[in-house]
Design a protein around this ligand. Structure first.
Ligand SMILES: [Zn+2]
Length: 261
C-alpha cells in the first residue's frame, strides 16, 4: 500500500503531511484531531484528502479514480465526510445536529467515517453540544475520525482539546516563501542575497526558517519530478543549515549557498 498526498497540499503544509504520512504507514491514525490555524480552505482540503486516502480502493491512495475517490471529489459521497457546521438560522452548531450525528454513528458503515466539525471554536461549539460529544470522542466507533477545525488553540473548549491530538497548520508567513518562489521564478530569489535578506526581514523569520522553507520547496520539486537536479540543491541547503546551526556567519553561509546554487 502506498500513500500519495496531493502535491499542492505537500507544498502548503509539508510538516503536517509528513506527520500524517508517518502515522498512516505505521497504522497509528488517532481518532480525534484538532486542526488549528487561520487558513480554512487548506484545513478542509486536508480533511478531504484523508477521507479519500482512508476510503480509496486502490493500492496507491488516493487514486482519484475509484468510486469513493470520485464521490468525495464531487462532494456526492453518501457517507463521507460528515460535515457539521453552523446552519443559517443559528449562531452555533445545534445540540440537535450533534444528536443526529451520534445516531448516525451508532449504525454500522461500510466506509471509514470522517467527521468534520467546523468551526469548533467555543463560540460555535457550545459547552452543551460538546458535552454530548465527549463520550463518543473518548470511546470512538471503529474506523471513525473526528476533525475539529478552529482558528485558535485558545478558543477551543478544554474538554475538546484534551481529547484530541493537536495539529497546527502554519500561518500565512510560513507559506509565503513557497508561493513567492513559485510566483517569482525560483532563480529570482536564490541568486541574490540582498533579495533574500529583505524577504526574511519582511516576514520576520530567521535565516534558518528561510532555509527550511527553501528545503521543503526543493523537496516537493524533487518528489514531483524525480529530477536529481533538486537532490543536489537539497544537499547544499542541508550543508548551509548545519553551518548556521554550528554558528557560522549567517550572511556568509547564505551568500555562499546562493552563489553555488
Ligand atoms: Zn481511489
Amino acid at each position: 500500500m502506498n500513500f500519495k498526498f496531493n502535491t499542492k497540499l505537500k507544498q502548503e503544509i509539508p510538516v503536517v503531511i509528513d506527520f500524517f504520512e508517518k502515522a498512516l504507514y505505521s497504522n497509528k491514525i488517532f481518532h480525534a484531531y484538532l486542526l488549528t490555524g487561520k487558513n480554512h480552505e487548506i484545513k478542509e482540503n486536508f480533511c478531504l484528502e484523508i477521507a479519500k486516502i482512508l476510503n480509496c480502493k486502490s493500492q496507491e491512495k488516493p487514486c482519484n479514480q475509484c468510486q469513493n475517490c470520485n464521490w468525495i471529489n464531487q462532494a456526492s459521497h453518501p457517507e463521507v465526510p460528515i460535515s457539521l457546521t453552523v446552519e443559517a438560522d443559528s449562531k452555533e452548531i445545534k445540540v440537535k445536529q450533534i444528536e443526529t450525528l451520534l445516531k448516525k454513528l451508532s449504525n454500522k458503515s461500510l466506509f471509514y467515517r470522517i467527521i468534520i466539525m467546523n468551526p469548533a471554536d467555543e463560540e460555535f461549539l457550545s459547552k452543551q453540544s460538546a458535552n454530548i460529544l465527549l463520550k463518543t470522542i473518548e470511546e470512538p466507533h471503529e474506523r471513525t475520525i473526528f476533525f475539529f477545525l478552529a482558528e485558535d488553540y485558545d478558543s477551543v473548549l478544554a474538554t475538546i482539546k484534551s481529547r484530541c491530538q493537536i495539529i497546527n497548520f502554519p500561518e500565512f508567513k510560513d507559506l509565503t516563501i513557497n508561493s513567492f518562489a513559485i510566483e517569482n521564478n525560483f532563480g529570482e530569489i536564490t541568486n541574490n542575497y540582498f533579495k533574500v535578506s529583505e524577504f526574511v526581514k519582511n516576514l520576520k523569520i530567521s535565516n534558518l526558517d528561510f532555509l527550511k522553507n527553501l528545503y521543503n520547496f526543493c523537496l516537493n520539486k524533487f518528489i514531483e519530478s524525480h529530477n536529481p537536479f533538486w537532490l543536489n540543491k537539497l544537499e547544499k541547503i542541508e550543508i548551509a543549515q548545519n553551518r548556521i546551526i554550528a554558528l557560522c556567519n549567517e550572511k556568509y553561509v547564505i551568500e555562499e549557498l546562493l552563489f553555488n546554487f
